[in-house]
Ligand binder design. Sequence first.
Ligand SMILES: Nc1ncnc2c1ncn2[C@@H]1O[C@H](COP(=O)(O)OS(=O)(=O)O)[C@@H](OP(=O)(O)O)[C@H]1O
Length: 582
Amino acid sequence: MSIRGRKIRNNNNNNNNESTVKSSASSSIMRATSAQSRTMSTLLFTLGPAVLLLVLLRPMPMSIDQEVNTLVSQETRLMPTKLPSPVVVNADNTNLIHQKKTEEEKVTAEDDEDDDDEDDDDESTEDDKANKDEDDKVNKNQDPTATLSTFHTDPILRYLEKELSNNQNFQIQDSKVYQQANCIVPDDQEFCPSPDSDDAWRLRTPGFLIIGAKKAGTTSFWQSLTQHPDIVGASRKEILFFTQVQFDFAKYTKMVDERLAQRMTELLDDKLVDSDLFQHYANASAFQIRVAPSRADLVTNFPRKTLRNRPNAVSLDATPEYLFNFPTSIKAIMCTCPWVKIIIILRNPTDRVWSHYNFLQHVRTNNGKPPINMSFEEFILKDAKTMSTLDISSFQKTEGKDEQALSEEDIVEAWFEYKQEFPEGPLGRSMYALQIHQWFKELRRIGREPKNAVRIVRLEDLKRGGKKAAQILNELADWVLPNDKHNATSPIEYLDAFRHGMKTNYTKLGSPQLSQDTKDILDRLYAPHNELLARLLGDDRWRYSRDDTDEQPLVWPANKGREGNTVFERTSIDQKGPCASR
Ligand SMILES: Nc1ncnc2c1ncn2[C@@H]1O[C@H](COP(=O)(O)OS(=O)(=O)O)[C@@H](OP(=O)(O)O)[C@H]1O
């Protein structure tokens, strides 16, 4: 059997084709899994009400500190505690971060083994507590505004400066890397996604995504675009499908690593692959295998039947967490539906942080308190401190490191740590250039031109309303929809839906005003990031300057042909897709 011999072609008459090609190993795993789920369902059915009652009645005492650290948004709760360890390092270094983490974990584990005296443990816990109390005291005595005004993000800026001056990053890379964005699904079916195939996979993955930014009007945007009868939203907004937990790393990693190793040995033994191909496979699988999604989730979120009966329909997943969650979400997306179209909505970075804070202030937790219990200044100061104290590749200027630009590896690692430490990441989420650059880079790595794959707009332009805002929305719907199918909804209908989409304006819900001082500090912090955004997008109007009187709405890219105006971008993917060389 050829290496990709078990690629699944869906057949209208037989949706169960997939099961006939599963390997026996995977079948038994699947059987075990479904047996487990049956048992779980029975248990849940029987014990469900009692368990629910217990959960509801459980007292949830939470210190302020815990509240701060957990910052309960839906995404926060879904964040895993650590990434899985690697098998093989990809050619594009995608899992270097995992490897580093593993080494660190090893050191920690060795330390733990040496440290078998329990009293020592107690002491260190007490020490930690004392340090923390001391830290808290220091925090309380600090004037957040004064401290914030000295915070800067030079290393990030230097990294971006260097990246943006390096032309190489703007060249579409060899499609070989696209092959590495290939997925192997967890049930061991080799998977070769293609935008053309009328298969279960395409019908279960989103046709386009709204990836962020959080608090930039994504909900209204979702409401607006789903007005069109052929735009089918996922089961809900923010399905978080391409964030780590949805891919259930913990569950699959071990199983998949073992099976991969076994499979590779079999293939080599049977001389079914030569060593180069073996290496290619190992590279391709090491990272991607971990991002292969669970089929159950896909089916739930994008019902295949609905989509199959409507060939012109495109599906949408709007999850603002994705933009922030690089590189994991990018990899997961590139691996699962590399043809997907991406829409980003931005907002003045300072206003976005302020909105983020107000949102968290007005959301109530189980104990009736807001998830954060601090002033805006304390909130962002805490974030600034988190960024400044990240160990290895601190975002903050450090002794001896200040002249160096951070490497991609540093940035990825620091960002990962940052997301772990402060998952809401209010300051980081407004550093648009850094995030969008990562998305562009990844698209280019798989051979896609960002100008064809991405559209970027601003909340401010849509908020202003009028004919131009309506046109922007219409243009975007037009872009994601198949040819000639965009007239079902008029521009004004999109705009009305956008206006009505706004659920709650948290900023106006009795929050104090944003002080001019703090606003100025944040505007200053973001000014160089905005400059770089303008450079990245090739248009000065993306600088988000408060003095800007130009009220022309912006859509990136400004010069676009019709090349991306089909359901899927077919150019390089058709000929050079992941299956072409196999
Ligand atoms: N139509 C319209 N006009 C003006 N402003 C609007 C609109 N739609 C959303 N918004 C503002 O966007 C903020 C919410 O953004 P999101 O929907 O992306 O939030 S979330 O990430 O989904 O939680 C939130 O901002 P703040 O009110 O400043 O907090 C909304 O008021």
